[in-house]
Design a protein around this ligand. Structure first.
Ligand code: ATP
Ligand code: MG
Length: 585
């Protein structure tokens, strides 16, 4: 099927989007203007993320607005106003100060999405220490590795997680001085302390010390989709991107209720699950529970979500469940749905129109970029399958590496090459922790090379082809797995697909697809042949898979990304490499 562009007439806008004239805004854009829309610390004290996201709304009228609405797993609801969040994060900053934890020192978190995590994040930033959130479902080994590589001095966690995953490893982590238990009223010893007790004893007043915009603020480990996770370093200046993308991509407006479903253990869950919405003074919904189709749809309805930020894996799960949310739930408040993390098949974009009442807006970025770089915008035409156009202030290009170690910019439309970004945007990572060499290699001639392959069309829309590592070379063609996966996704029996190149002496690599079926469809030789024919018809025989295998579940990272390298390793009987982020199936 050729996917028609989804045009958006202004008569259908429920609210005037913040971003309507792409050419004009891009032409007039400066980062200085963005900076001028932020506050800065008083008396020229610099720029601190926590001030921009919390304290500047914690005075006057907005102070009583709900900053954080927390839904507990068991149905409890707790609201924290901007004033509450300011006081609680101040207390946390004072706790760090009392423990003599200083500037640049790392404060890790390992917990589910509990309110204390948010107090800790902002308190850490206020103290000019570095916040590093970990995903709570990691096993002990990956946790220990990250704590060690990140030089953790403090860890905020829960009693159960401490007992289960950390206690036995403490002797191997001599730098980890304090563990703060968010749900324990009593200290266990001099180093394992009760966070509630410390918060109660701490003052709710704290003056943020001068913060250089280049001071390190966040440390995020990448998803480990292609190999060992890297620790990406971010600075306070990243808040300019958080704010700008909140305005132009998430299209946040006063009074909005925003929900990002990502866990804070991944960069999306911090940049957008903690920071960006608050820089606009809106209400940020946090759901402690994990994905469950009914619950999520009910939450969209009951919490009257206006803007929803989720991931392809969740959308595919909803599609797989066969449910059409808007037939069962009142989604009249929902204005905009965004997705990130993996390619979003055109099928899913269009499914959104029917099932949610609006298309899904894909956007692209990485842990390294700190914030959204390429997006589909509320007011602009969507081309299903495209990641959209670069954010104002971001120069994106398609480049080719040459044999002299340099790059050449591709100026023709629709040509495949590596997606690169001109260096210098505020949330660009400032290093891979303890790996300068690898960091340096990401930059050539003033461009950051993303490791993703893409195409740009004549109108400036970018189309994801695949990760450079996943590209399949078959009979002289380069095949991007995304193209093959998207074609198979159009078949009614297919729920999910992962495509790899399998070495084959005659043709280099053979395209092989692993297919998970929707409920109600059974594996059979007949269906396998049907899928092979279906793909051949759509893609032509040069690109279509030559082999298809059925699988119950595809191996995914815990953030929901298909791990094609693992499909390949298993197919070829090779070592599986770093699987610390592999989801348990
Ligand atoms: P690692 O670098 O450890 O292998 P990772 O690249 O998956 O893991 P992240 O930084 O979380 O870690 O993910 C960024 C990557 O996710 C991008 O480089 C891209 O490959 C993929 N991605 C993100 N958004 C999109 C999108 N909208 N379309 C296609 N791919 C996307
Ligand atoms: Mg990566």
């Amino acid at each position: 099927m050729d996917w028609l562009p989804i045009t958006k007439s202004s008569s259908t806008w429920r609210i005037q989007p913040n971003f309507t004239d792409y050419q004009k805004i891009c032409a007039d854009f400066t980062w200085d203007t963005v900076r001028s829309e932020l506050d800065g610390l008083p008396d020229g004290g610099g720029l601190n993320i926590a001030h921009e996201a919390v304290d500047r709304y914690a005075a006057g009228e907005s102070s009583s607005r709900v900053a954080l609405r927390w839904l507990g797993k068991g149905g409890q609801i707790k609201d924290f106003t901007y004033a509450d969040l300011k006081a609680q994060s101040n207390r946390f900053a004072n706790v760090l100060r009392s423990l003599e934890v200083g500037k640049g020192e790392r404060v890790f978190s390992l917990s589910g999405r509990i309110p204390e995590l948010y107090f800790a994040a902002f308190g850490t930033l206020k103290n000019t220490s570095v916040f590093c959130p970990l995903f709570s479902a990691f096993g002990p080994e990956p946790i220990a590795q990250r704590l060690e590589r990140g030089d953790a001095r403090v860890l905020v966690t829960t009693e159960r997680l401490y007992r289960k995953k950390i206690a036995a490893l403490r002797p191997s982590l001599p730098k980890l001085q304090y563990v703060l238990l968010a749900d324990s009223d009593q200290d266990q010893d001099e180093t394992v302390l009760s966070l509630p007790r410390l918060l109660d004893a701490a003052s709710p007043h704290f003056i943020i010390p001068p913060t250089d915009p280049e001071d390190m603020a966040l440390l995020h480990f990448t998803s480990g989709t292609t190999g060992k996770p890297k620790g990406a370093v971010h600075v306070h200046n990243a808040v300019l991107t958080h704010y700008l993308t909140g305005k132009y991509v998430l299209d946040l407006h006063p009074g909005d209720i925003f929900w990002c479903t990502a866990d804070c253990g991944w960069v999306t869950g911090t940049s957008y699950g903690i920071i960006a919405p608050l820089t606009h003074g809106v209400t940020n919904l946090v759901d402690e529970a994990d994905f469950e189709a009914e619950r999520w749809c009910r939450t969209l309805e009951e919490q009257r979500i206006n803007v929803w930020y989720t991931a392809p894996t969740a959308i595919r799960m909803l599609m797989r469940s066969g449910m059409k949310p808007r037939e069962k739930f009142d989604l009249s408040q929902l204005r905009l749905v965004h997705s990130v993390g993996e390619p979003l098949n055109p099928e899913a974009v269009v499914w959104g129109e029917e099932a949610l009442g609006m298309p899904i807006h894909d956007n692209w970025w990485q842990t390294e970029t700190g914030g959204i770089m390429i997006a589909n915008y509320a007011a602009m035409e969507i081309r299903p399958g495209s990641m959209g156009r670069p954010l104002p202030g971001i120069e994106a290009a398609i480049v080719h590496r040459n044999t002299e170690g340099g790059i050449e910019l591709e100026d023709q439309p629709d040509c495949e090459g590596e997606l690169a970004l001109r260096v210098g945007w505020p949330s660009m990572f400032r290093g891979y922790l303890h790996d300068d060499e690898r960091y340096r290699k990401c930059f050539v001639g003033g461009w950051y090379l993303s490791g993703d392959l893409a195409q740009r069309d004549a109108d400036g829309y970018f189309w994801f082809v695949g990760r450079a590592d996943d590209i399949i070379k078959t009979s002289g063609h380069m095949v991007g797995p995304f193209e093959v996966e998207s074609a198979l996704m159009e078949h009614p029996a297919v729920a999910e697909v992962g495509v790899i190149g399998k070495p084959e002496p005659m043709i280099g690599e053979l395209v092989k697809a692993f297919v998970a079926l929707k409920p109600g469809f059974a594996e059979s030789e007949e269906l396998r042949l049907e899928l092979l024919g279906f793909a051949r018809k759509k893609l032509g025989s040069a690109v279509a898979p030559k082999e298809i295998a059925f699988t119950g579940n595809l191996p995914k990272t815990r953030s929901g990304k298909i791990m094609r390298r693992l499909l390949k390793a298993r197919e070829l009987g090779l070592a599986e490499g770093d699987i610390s982020t592999l989801e348990e199936s």
